[in-house]
Design a protein around this ligand. Structure first.
Ligand code: ADP
Ligand code: MG
Length: 247
């Protein structure tokens, strides 16, 4: 059974159809790379999975629970529970500037009160170690490099033990020399079998780490397949043209 089922997603802004019948499944342990030109609807699609955007019609089912079914949304409490299965990492990090690294990690779990402060602190220490930032626990985001900020954002998303991680162009705001450290953390997560959907322009990462690639253009999924299929033998002319520009 897929961990996420997405069927016939539709969304428009006025006359602009941003998502047109988007349909795909994500299986447990999948790393799905979503590629496509700017304005093709990638962010809108991803944000709709965590209820940051509302779709006009379609179905999103996460771990067997419908966030929205044929355009009808679940109740607020159910939406909250479904959202808690997913962590999101944004292009611009979205860290809380007035909180230290450690406080950024611990804020959401402390507010949820599902675990003891000791458990929460233990996990934040483990995750800081995992991303190699133990020595920056008390630093503020303003004093971190972009790569460090994004690693903190990933650790923060992991604090709630999500079943799925969503990334929206996590390296697009970084200087080229800092993308590697972020991609390495993501690669480690993939090797630990984290289920991930990654919107990215990093074709090398998509080739190497993803097991499936989805090419979106103009609000549609034009083509999808394994990296080997899609990158070496694209079938659609639009995919071919995009890859020619991007590789
Ligand atoms: P991508 O992430 O692939 O660049 P987006 O999902 O951000 O694409 O945007 C898809 C289209 O929707 C773009 O044409 C964008 O201008 C438009 N769009 C996104 N958000 C809004 C909004 N709040 N109001 C109007 N148009 C929007
Ligand atoms: Mg985008």
């Amino acid at each position: 059974m897929p961990i996420i089922e997405i069927a016939n997603l539709k969304k428009s802004y006025g006359n602009l159809d941003v998502l047109k019948q988007i349909t795909f499944d994500v299986n447990k342990n999948d790393v799905v790379a979503v590629i496509g030109p700017s304005g093709s609807g990638k962010s809108t699609m991803l944000r709709s999975l965590v209820y940051l955007e509302k779709i006009d019609d379609g179905t999103i089912c996460v771990a067997g629970n419908h966030l929205v079914k044929d355009g009808a949304y679940a109740k607020p409490q159910e939406i909250k529970e479904i959202n808690s299965k997913m962590g999101m990492v944004f292009q611009h990090f979205n860290l809380f500037p007035h909180l230290t690294v450690k406080e950024n990690l611990e804020l959401a779990p402390k507010m949820l009160k599902k675990e003891s402060p000791a458990q929460i602190q233990q996990r934040s220490s483990e995750l800081l170690k995992k991303i190699g930032l133990t020595d920056r626990a008390t630093a503020y985001p303003a004093n971190l490099s972009g790569g460090q900020k994004q690693r903190v954002a990933i650790a923060r998303a992991l604090m709630l033990n999500p079943e799925i991680l969503l990334f929206d162009e996590p390296t697009s705001a970084l200087d080229p020399e800092l993308t590697g450290e972020v991609l390495n953390v993501m690669k480690d997560l993939a090797e630990e079998h984290m289920t991930m959907i990654v919107v990215t322009h990093e074709m090398g990462f998509a080739k190497e780490v993803a097991n499936r690639v989805i090419f979106m253009d103009n609000g549609e999924i034009v083509e999808s397949g394994s990296p080997a299929e899609l990158f070496t033998n694209p079938k659609n002319e639009r995919t071919k043209a995009f890859l020619k520009r991007s590789l």
